[in-house]
Ligand binder design. Structure first.
Ligand SMILES: C[S@@+](CC[C@H](N)C(=O)[O-])C[C@H]1O[C@@H](n2cnc3c(N)ncnc32)[C@H](O)[C@@H]1O
Length: 228
């Protein structure tokens, strides 16, 4: 399968799903327009996303705490104007959340499975996410064809394998942000012996967000001297 733009999909109606009242405060930094987009995205995940089997049926009621707010925390790690590749985006997590909260960055949603890539295309259109692209591809197929500032990933692969896929896609000095939760430290320990060979100069675990948005992220940095 080659890296390919996905064909235009039929429009999808986005019925807003607001956050539970106790979580509204966690969105304090979002503008009214961003909040509206996130609510429509939540509706797409809990509706067509679940109907098409992209999310499990039990996920509909925890779309906000388990998915959107967890991913929102990554937004603070991005710098203005960066290009962000969301690897194994699935139904758009964390890439779509980042595209909504950080319209100053360009987001590329990479997903190999057609069914998921078509959903992503429909989400981008329904939420009018200008500057967000969908590529139907496996990570390995993009090496040597695409270089970005940041790769994000959640629930895609153990860190040693993920690092092997992501680091070749990064500019020198670029960063992999892997949402790992409780497994961040142990997976980073397993990855450390591989870092130099993969062209990474640093690996750390950082906590971002707070309360319901708290996320534990493994951050690998591609060496500034790595050949691009
Ligand atoms: C468990 S899902 C996670 C989806 C999303 N990131 C999330 O957190 O909900 C893993 C995703 O990674 C994708 N994937 C698996 N192998 C991949 C590869 N080699 N390159 C890119 N994506 C891959 C799968 O198709 C799937 O959509």
């Amino acid at each position: 399968m080659s890296a390919a733009a996905v064909r235009p999909a039929d429009p999808l109606e986005a019925v807003p799903l607001p956050p539970p009242p106790e979580l509204v405060v966690s969105l304090a930094g979002a503008s009214a327009e961003q909040q509206s987009r996130l609510e429509r995205y939540a509706g797409l995940l809990a509706g067509p996303g679940v109907e098409r089997g992209l999310l499990g049926p039990r996920e509909a009621e925890r779309v906000w705490p388990r998915h959107l707010l967890n991913c929102a925390a990554l937004a603070e790690l991005l710098e203005p104007g960066q290009t962000v590749l969301d690897l194994g985006s699935g139904a758009g997590l964390p890439g779509v959340v980042l595209a909504v909260l950080r319209p100053d960055v360009t987001v590329v949603l990479v997903e190999p499975l057609l069914r998921r890539a078509l959903f992503l295309e429909q989400v981008v259109e329904a939420l009018e996410l200008r500057g967000t692209l969908v590529r139907r591809s496996r990570a390995e197929e993009l090496a040597g064809r695409l270089l970005v500032d940041v790769v994000t990933a959640r629930a895609v692969a153990p860190l040693p394998r993920l690092a092997g896929w992501a680091l070749p896609l990064l500019h020198p000095g670029g960063r992999l942000l892997a949402l790992k939760g409780d497994r961040a430290d142990s997976e980073l320990d397993q990855t450390r012996p591989l870092l130099a060979g993969l062209g990474a100069c640093e690996g750390v675990v950082v906590d971002v967000g707070s309360g319901p948005t708290l996320a534990r992220v493994a951050v690998l940095t591609r060496s500034p001297r790595a050949a691009s």
